[in-house]
Design a binder for this molecule. Structure first.
Ligand code: UT7
Length: 330
């Protein structure tokens, strides 16, 4: 039995932070940000009383409405995030209660920008082995909660958002076909949040040293991402006998347009078959891939060969090959 995505939904907060807004906050400019990253704006969750679970719950509520199911029918919620509301309880717990998924159990999965892919593979197992009928996979991050808006090297990159997919048993040969996932802890030093965990618990010193924000050595991450994301996408194509022309859509993690372009070229996929919305949302970490699926849903056809690909903190990286399982009602 295959697991199939049978519905997608997403949520981005209303407030927008443009490149020009950022150029008034730090020494940057629209031209630098656009050429180096492809980003024009990002959405920011400004309400201080709202967190990652609120965005995730909105996505799950929309998902249920679109699919015509009651939230109580959901069996499991898996949330990929690096910005949980709290270290515990899990954000999945909070999404479940806020979305009315009172019969679901769930847990969070931490794999940074590859989180959605790792969670999709994990969730698929419950469907494939027949344990559950309805599994929801959420990718959600309130990145603005861990960004230092005085650091121009990171604050221009990230935005807030959430996406969710429903997994159910496939009625035919469509669904999730294959995955290749990797992690390499040697990459931890280049992209991490240094404090707030058991290594460096929160203290006055960690706050003063700004260790509760995203730390990134951009160039090192860039180099590893270009190779990692392109290689793993090419490998999954080869393993499944696919050529560039067979791929209907590449759905890449949206961290940097140059990384996306390198992956597209390596795969030999036409540029117009690549989902790109980085200009509108920036890097929303675990939410980028489901937000792409949401934005392109009306163009997806049953049986389309789709490759999802990501690279992120950890390092973590991977790709998933799936055959799209439904056509959206217009
Ligand atoms: O999703 C998680 C995984 N993360 C990624 O995939 C991100 C990977 N890394 C990147 O996307 C890129 O490395 C960045 C977009 C973060 C940076 O681009 P870059 O081409 O690697 O630039 P750089 O870090 O080498 O910086 C080039 C110059 C530097 O100035 P000097 O030393 O050449 O004088 C920076 O100080 O650009 C400067 N710079 C900026 N200038 C204007 C850095 N940030 C900015 C900025 N505005 N925001």
């Amino acid at each position: 039995m295959k697991a199939a995505i049978t519905c997608v939904a997403g949520y981005v907060p209303e407030d927008v932070l443009t490149n020009d807004d950022l150029s008034k906050m730090v020494d940057t400019n629209d031209e630098w940000i656009k050429t180096r990253t492809g980003i024009s704006q990002r959405h920011i969750l400004k309400d201080p009383t709202k967190a990652t679970s609120d965005m995730g719950a909105e996505a799950v509520k929309t998902l249920c409405k679109k699919r015509g199911i009651d939230p109580t029918e959901i069996d499991v919620i898996i949330t990929a995030t690096v910005t949980p509301d709290m270290l515990f309880p899990s954000t999945s717990n909070l999404i479940a209660v806020k979305a009315g998924a009172t019969k679901a159990w769930g847990f969070d999965l931490s794999a940074a920008c590859s989180g959605f892919l790792f969670a999709l593979t994990t969730g698929s197992q419950f469907i494939q082995n027949g344990t559950y009928k309805k599994v929801v996979v959420v990718g959600a991050d309130k990145m603005s909660s861990i960004i230092d808006y005085t650091d121009r090297t990171t604050c221009v990159l990230f935005g807030d958002g959430a996406g969710a997919v429903l997994l159910e048993a496939s009625e035919d040969e469509n669904g999730v076909i294959d995955h290749i996932h990797h992690c390499d802890g040697a990459g931890a030093e280049f992209l991490c949040m240094k404090a707030g965990g058991s290594l460096n618990p929160a203290s006055h010193d960690t706050v003063d040293a700004k260790q509760h924000y995203v730390y990134q050595e951009g160039k090192s991450v860039f180099k590893a991402a270009v190779t990692g994301m392109a290689d793993v996408s090419y490998e999954i194509m080869q393993r499944n006998g696919l050529e560039g022309k067979d791929v209907a859509w590449l759905v890449p993690h949206q961290a940097n347009l140059r990384i996306i372009d390198a992956t597209q070229r390596r795969m030999g996929v036409d540029p117009e078959k690549v989902m790109i919305n980085i200009q509108d949302y920036g890097n929303t970490t675990a939410a980028t891939i489901p937000l792409c699926l949401r934005d392109w849903e009306s163009q997806l056809k049953k049986g389309d060969n789709i490759i999802l690909a990501a690279f992120g903190g950890g390092f973590t990286w991977g790709s998933i090959y799936l055959k799209w399982a439904y056509e959206a009602k217009s």
